[in-house]
Design a binder for this molecule. Structure first.
Ligand code: FAD
Length: 463
């Protein structure tokens, strides 16, 4: 009897390399049906922002080409996954469905319901670990609770069974050749049209698996030596640039870890230090996802609930707009916000500075910043974005203490001493056209500390 086809459902894993769901579909034996579903309708799913949609379009073009070279077509469906997957199974007569796991609450509910429904219809369903190095339920404190502090969390990860080795991409796929309904990617309208604001994105990025691997190779060959010392300097290209590729799963964290460990083997001094530091950054990525797993509403609810008492003043819309447009009159802040608008990304150090400025100098609720980043970042990630915004707001897990308010001018002196980064992004800096600061940094710092006293008092009263 002929083996039935199997479906591989691509989600946050737009790659052929180290893709256990794809390998399981091939192992199943029959023809492989590859599908991507754009689901913005299922309950609780947060629709992608504009920059993310741009990346997704380009990444799907790249994945679809890669699959075609191996012999498979990428089918596209738009709508609730719980409608599209079962109808694809019926149309193709598939006997199995495979996917790699996701960790957001709404996504997990969709997956759990689908799994139950498909199994009830006699379809085999299996899911795999491919996006995180450690499944969130495998790393817990002695009391069995999730970690809330990074250092012991990372120690526990390192004491856990080591992440598996990455698996190579298949050499060929027996692609399903029957007819099935599929959308035209162009008709999804993920790319901007009028105006086409993505010119700077195209200059800065090439989405897809091949460039993810190239970036990793270049990083390990050329930048590891200087990473530990220069990763905070926004005017240098000292970091890997991998975050959007990791976000969309174009490269697997297992592959990144494995190659970095290979590069570290036998290395000493700055190279070894760079490799360890880089692996620790992957640790922060893990930590953010584990925190999100334990606190699914991380993007909207203070992780430390005493911050619910924070007396945010009424929203100053003009100040928010000035921040979004890079017109605050604080050069390093404006440079970061304009880099974001132009390229869909911003250097990590500057993300911290602009976020602190929004929350602690403009006294604007961190959720407005989180939402703006969600709309404008190509690496917009449910865990990393919310986690880091709450980290800066001091309301998050293992967060910066509230009184640690970045002074953007001192930060600029320290990390952009010659103003290279500012000049790259704010050409009118140092001319009469550049605006005066919209706030007094010293006065607003004091106001922020006074507002924070309310949180401290509320906490003392409730203890
Ligand atoms: P590298 O230094 O080369 O680091 C390697 C990888 O480690 C990164 O690709 C990333 O996956 C991970 N990593 C590095 N720093 C962090 C961090 N602080 N937290 C979690 N993971 C990290 N990152 C996102 O991927 N998506 C987001 O939506 C996001 N929003 C952020 C919002 C704020 C307010 C801040 C302060 C940081 C945010 N970050 C986010 C983290 C970080 O800024 C980016 O991952 C980083 O700029 C990526 O550059 P890189 O890949 O060259 O980093």
């Amino acid at each position: 009897m002929a083996v039935t086809p199997s479906v591989v459902w691509f989600r946050d894993d737009l790659r052929l390399d180290d893709n256990p769901a794809l390998l399981a579909a091939i192992k199943h034996g029959g023809p492989v049906v590859a599908v991507y579903v754009l689901d913005e309708e299922s309950a609780g799913i947060r629709p992608y922002g504009g920059a993310a949609k741009w990346w997704l379009h380009e990444s799907l073009v790249s994945l679809s080409r890669g699959l075609a070279q191996l012999g498979a077509q990428l089918l596209l469906g738009r709508g609730p996954a719980e409608r599209i997957l079962p109808s694809l199974v019926a149309e193709t007569g598939a006997g199995a469905v495979y996917w790699n796991r996701r960790y957001g609450a709404a996504e997990r509910s969709v997956d759990a319901r689908l799994k139950t429904g498909l199994r009830a219809d006699g379809v085999e369903v299996a899911s795999f670990a491919a996006t995180l190095l450690h499944e969130p339920w495998t790393i817990a404190t002695g009391q069995g609770t999730p970690y809330s502090v990074f250092t012991p969390f990372w120690r526990a990860c390192q004491a856990a069974p080591p992440p598996r080795a990455p698996m190579d991409a298949p050499e060929a796929i027996d692609g399903w050749t029957g007819r099935a309904a599929t959308d035209d990617l162009e008709e999804w309208g993920l790319l901007p049209t009028k105006p086409d604001w993505a010119g700077g994105f195209r200059d800065a990025w090439s989405p897809g698996e091949a460039s993810a691997h190239r970036l990793l190779e270049e990083f390990l060959a050329d930048k590891l030596d200087s990473y530990a010392n220069e990763r905070d300097i926004p005017g240098q290209s000292a970091t890997s640039g991998l975050s959007p590729h990791l976000r969309w799963g174009e490269i697997s964290p297992y592959r990144v870890l494995h190659e970095t460990e290979e590069a570290r083997r036998g290395a000493t001094g700055r190279k070894a230090e760079g490799a360890t530091r880089f692996i620790t950054e992957l640790g922060w990525r893990e930590f953010a996802s584990h925190v999100l797993f334990a606190a699914p509403d991380l993007a909207t609810v203070n992780w430390r609930r005493e911050f619910d008492a924070f007396p945010w003043p009424p929203l100053n819309e003009d100040a928010l707009r000035a921040w979004q447009r890079g017109k605050t009159g604080i050069p390093i802040v404006d440079a970061g916000m304009r880099e974001l608008w132009r390229t869909g990304a911003m250097h990590n150090r500057v993300r911290m500075i602009v976020a602190s400025f929004l929350i602690k100098n403009l006294l604007i609720d961190w959720r407005h910043g989180e939402q703006w980043f969600w709309d404008t970042l190509v690496d917009a990630d449910a865990a990393n974005n919310a986690f880091n915004w709450q980290w800066i707001a001091s309301s998050g897990a293992d967060a910066a203490p509230y009184f640690r308010i970045f002074n953007p001018e001192l930060q600029a002196k320290k990390f952009d001493p010659h103003g290279e980064y500012i000049r790259q992004n704010v050409p009118e800096w140092e001319t009469d056209d550049y605006p005066q600061p919209i706030v007094d940094l010293a006065k607003t710092r004091k106001a922020a500390l006074a507002a924070y006293d309310v949180v401290t008092r509320a906490k003392q009263e409730s203890d």
